[in-house]
Ligand binder design. Structure first.
Ligand code: FPP
Length: 238
C-alpha cells in the first residue's frame, strides 16, 4: 500500500457534539456552543501555523433553523462576536476570511460584520478560513443548476458546455479546491448535507471526541492518519 505521505491542503470540519458535550456535564446546550468557539479559535490558529491552505468550517446549516429560537439566536450572537473579536487574530495570522451558503438569509447584523471581516482580510495571502453559514449541499447544487439554466436561457452558454468543470464554476465553492480531508467530531457517520459535490474523493476521518474537546492533538492525529491513506481517485494503485 502506498501512503500519500502529504499534509492535506484543504481541511473541512463538521463541528458536531456541542449539545452532547454540555449534556454530559449537566449544562445547557448553549454552553457547548460557547465552548465550541474556543475550539474554532485553537484549530484555526493551528491550521494557519501548519500552513494548511484552507479550512472550511460547517458553522450553521440550513437545517439548523429548526432548532429552538433561543439556541439559533445564541449561535448567531456567537458568530457575530467571533467575527468582531477575531479580526486582530485573523490579521496577525494573515488569514483570508470567506463564507459559503445563502448568506442573504442570515440576520442583517451578522451579514454586516461578515462583510466587514471579508473585506478587511481580502488581501491576506495565508490560509483561507471559510465559514459555511446557512449552508446546505443540496441547495448549493440547486442554486448552481438554476444559474446555469439562466446562462443557457440568456444564450451565454450552450447545453454541450455543461460539464463537471463548468458546473463547478457555478458552485459557492468555485474558487476553492475540493477538501482533501473531512473531519467529523461527535462520532456520527454522516455527511449531513455538507459539501456534497466537493467531497466526492475526500478522505473522511470521524472521531468520537465532541467539538468542544477537539484540540491540537486530535487535529494532529487526523493529519497523520490522512498521510497514511492511499488516494486513488477511482484508479488503481501505481
Ligand atoms: C453541532 O453541535 C454544532 C453546531 C450546530 C454549531 C457549531 C457552532 C459553533 C462551534 C460555534 C459558532 C461558530 C463559529 C464559527 C464562531 P450539536 O448542537 O448538533 O451537538 P449534538 O449533536 O451533541 O446535539
Amino acid at each position: 500500500m502506498s501512503e500519500n505521505g502529504e499534509a492535506p491542503s484543504h481541511i473541512a470540519i463538521i463541528m458536531d457534539g456541542n449539545g452532547r458535550w454540555a449534556r454530559q456535564r449537566g449544562l445547557v446546550r448553549i454552553r457547548g456552543h460557547k465552548e465550541g468557539v474556543e475550539s474554532v479559535r485553537e484549530i484555526t490558529r493551528e491550521c494557519a501555523k501548519k500552513h494548511i491552505r484552507q479550512l472550511t468550517l460547517y458553522a450553521f446549516s440550513q437545517e439548523n433553523w429548526k432548532r429552538p429560537r433561543r439556541e439559533v439566536n445564541l449561535l448567531m450572537k456567537l458568530l457575530k462576536d467571533f467575527l468582531i473579536g477575531e479580526r486582530g487574530e485573523i490579521e496577525e495570522n494573515n488569514i483570508r476570511l470567506t463564507a459559503i451558503g445563502r448568506i442573504s438569509g442570515l440576520p442583517e447584523d451578522v451579514q454586516r460584520e461578515l462583510a466587514i471581516s471579508i473585506e478587511e482580510s481580502k488581501d491576506n495571502t495565508g490560509m483561507v478560513l471559510c465559514l459555511a453559514l446557512n449552508y446546505g449541499g443540496r441547495s448549493e447544487i440547486v442554486d448552481a443548476a438554476k444559474n446555469i439554466a439562466r446562462s443557457v436561457k440568456a444564450g451565454k452558454m450552450g447545453l454541450e458546455e455543461i460539464t463537471e468543470e463548468t458546473f463547478r464554476r457555478f458552485l459557492y465553492t468555485s474558487e476553492m479546491t475540493d477538501p482533501d480531508l473531512l473531519i467529523r467530531t461527535g462520532g456520527e457517520m454522516r455527511v449531513s448535507n455538507f459539501l456534497l459535490w466537493e467531497i466526492s474523493y475526500t478522505e473522511l476521518w470521524v472521531t468520537p471526541v465532541c467539538w468542544p474537546d477537539f484540540r491540537k492533538r486530535h487535529l494532529d492525529e487526523a493529519i497523520q492518519e490522512y498521510a497514511r491513506r492511499e488516494r486513488r481517485f477511482g484508479g488503481l494503485q501505481e
